[in-house]
Write a protein that binds this ligand. Structure first.
Ligand code: LLP
Length: 413
C-alpha cells in the first residue's frame, strides 16, 4: 500500500522518502493519493446499490489536493465552517454534495451555505434551528435540515473525541428531538430531510454505532407516526484506524450491519480519519541526541505545533526510520521537539537505533495532523506533498518567515 520499505528505504508509493527530503526538506507531511482513493472507495463500495453518500469530513485534512482528489472520485463532503465550505467549493465540489455540521453556525455561514445550495444542515440545537430559519426567511429560501441527536451511548474512545454522551456539548437530547422536528416541519422556511448523529472518533468497535442506530431508528418511527418523514440518516464519522496494533472495524461488516437495519433510508457517512489517517506520514529529522542517566532524548526538527496529537491526546504514532538499515545508538528514545514546553513530544520510549541527521517517519499522520498544526513558537507551518505512483507534487508550500507576521501591524507612535 502507500508506505512501505523497498531496498530498506521507506517509500511513499514508488518514491523513496529520501528523494522527498532532497526535494522538499524536513519536516514534511507526505500523503498517498492511492491510499486516500482506496480508503474512500472501500467505504463507498461497501454500500453496493443502497442509496448513500460518503461525505469526507474535511476537518481531518483540508488540503485542496486531498479535496480535489476525493471530489474526482465522487465524494461528498462534511464541512463545519465557512472556511471549509469555501475550500471545498474552490476544489471544484458541487455544494449539493455537502453537509454542514458544527455547533455554532454563524449568520454569514448559513447565508453562504444557502446561496450555494448545500445538501443539508446538521442542526445542533433549537437556538441554531431558529437562526437558520431566520436567515432562510430573510432570503425567502428554504433550508434543508437534519437534527443532530445525542443518543447517549458511550463510544469508548478518548474523552476529548467522544461526543455521544449527555455530558457532551453536541446534538440535542432524544426527548427534545420530537418537539424540535415538529417546529421545523411547521416552518415554511425549513425542510426536514434527515436525522443525524455522530458519537465520537477513533471507534474501534461496531457496537456503539449500532446501539446509536437502534435508538435513532426508534425516533424515525416516532416521527413517521406524526407524518414527519425522514429521507436520510447521517451516521457521522468515527471509524477508527490502526495506529498501533489495535483491533479495528471491518468496513464491510460495519456497513452490512447498518444496512440490515435501515430499510430504504438513504445513508450518509462522514468519515475523516478512516479516509486519510493512514494515507499520510509526518517526516522529521534527528537534530541532536541527548542522553543522561535516566533518559535518552532524540531532539527532532518537528514539534507539537506540527503534529499535536501526541501532546494533546497522548496519541500513539508508530515511528519508523526512513532508512531501515541505519545503525546508530541503540536506546529507548523520547522524540522531543524544539518547542519550549515539557509536553512537546511526538513519541516516547521507542526502541530505535539513531544517529544525528537520521530521518524518521511518524506514521498514520494523515488525519488531524496538518489541520491541527499552528505557528506556536513562531514556527512556519511545514510543506505538504502528495505522491501518486512515482510522481510527487508539492500541495502546500512551506511557510516562510515573512508569512509569520505579514498580517501584523506595529503601533506607530
Ligand atoms: N462528523 C462530525 C460531526 C465530527 O465531529 C467529526 C470529527 C467527524 C465527522 C469525523 O470523524 P472521524 O471519522 O475523523 O473520526 N482531532 C481528533 C479528532 C477530532 C474529531 C472531531 N470530530 C484527533 O486527532 O483524534
Amino acid at each position: 500500500m502507500g508506505f512501505s520499505y523497498q531496498n530498506h528505504i521507506l517509500h511513499a508509493e514508488s518514491v523513496p522518502i529520501t528523494d522527498l527530503m532532497d526535494a522538499y526538506e524536513s519536516p514534511l507531511y507526505v500523503y498517498s493519493r492511492t491510499d486516500i482513493e482506496h480508503n474512500w472507495r472501500e467505504l463507498d463500495q461497501a454500500f453496493g446499490t443502497h442509496s448513500h453518500l460518503v461525505c469526507y469530513a474535511v476537518k481531518a485534512n483540508s488540503n485542496l489536493a486531498v479535496l480535489n482528489v476525493l471530489s474526482k472520485i465522487g465524494s461528498g463532503f462534511d464541512v463545519v465552517s465557512i472556511g471549509e465550505l469555501e475550500r471545498v467549493l474552490f476544489a471544484g465540489v458541487d455544494a449539493s454534495r455537502c453537509v454542514f455540521s458544527g455547533v455554532a453556525k454563524t449568520n454569514t455561514e448559513i447565508k453562504r451555505a444557502l446561496e450555494v445550495g448545500i445538501f443539508c444542515f446538521n442542526v445542533e440545537s433549537m437556538a441554531e434551528m431558529n437562526r437558520i430559519e431566520q436567515v432562510a426567511k430573510d432570503m425567502n429560501a428554504q433550508a434543508p435540515i437534519s437534527l443532530r441527536v445525542n443518543p447517549n451511548v458511550d463510544a469508548k474512545t478518548h474523552p476529548y473525541i467522544s461526543t455521544g454522551l449527555k455530558e457532551n456539548k453536541f446534538g440535542v437530547d432524544m426527548d427534545e428531538a420530537v418537539t424540535i422536528y415538529k417546529m421545523a416541519h411547521d416552518s415554511p422556511y425549513l425542510i426536514v430531510k434527515g436525522l443525524d448523529c455522530h458519537i465520537g472518533s477513533q471507534l474501534i468497535e461496531v457496537s456503539p454505532f449500532l446501539d446509536a442506530l437502534d435508538k435513532i431508528l426508534k425516533l424515525v418511527d416516532k416521527l413517521d407516526k406524526i407524518n414527519i418523514h425522514i429521507t436520510h440518516l447521517d451516521l457521522g464519522g468515527g471509524v477508527g484506524i490502526k495506529y498501533d496494533n489495535e483491533q479495528t472495524i471491518d468496513i464491510n461488516a460495519y456497513i452490512d450491519s447498518i444496512l440490515d437495519k435501515v430499510g430504504d433510508l438513504k445513508i450518509i457517512l462522514e468519515p475523516g480519519r478512516a479516509v486519510v489517517g493512514n494515507a499520510g506520514v509526518f517526516i522529521t529529522k534527528v537534530e541532536f541526541l541527548k542522553q543522561n542517566s535516566d533518559k535518552s532524548f532524540a531532539i527532532i526538527d518537528g514539534a507539537m505545533n506540527d503534529l499535536l496529537r501526541p501532546a494533546f491526546y497522548q496519541a500513539y504514532h508508530q515511528v519508523l526510520p526512513v532508512n531501515e538499515n541505519s545503525k546508530g545508538i541503540d536506546a529507548h528514545w523520547d522524540l522531543v521537539g524544539p518547542i519550549c514546553e515539557a509536553g512537546d513530544f511526538l513519541a516516547k520510549n521507542r526502541k530505535l537505533s539513531l544517529s544525528e541527521g537520521d530521518y524518521l517517519a511518524l506514521m498514520s499522520a494523515g488525519a488531524y495532523g496538518f489541520t491541527m498544526s499552528s505557528n506556536y513558537n513562531s514556527r512556519p507551518r511545514v510543506a505538504e506533498v502528495m505522491v501518486s505512483g512515482n510522481q510527487h507534487t508539492l500541495v502546500r508550500e512551506r511557510e516562510t518567515i515573512q508569512d509569520l507576521f505579514n498580517k501584523e501591524h506595529m503601533i506607530n507612535d
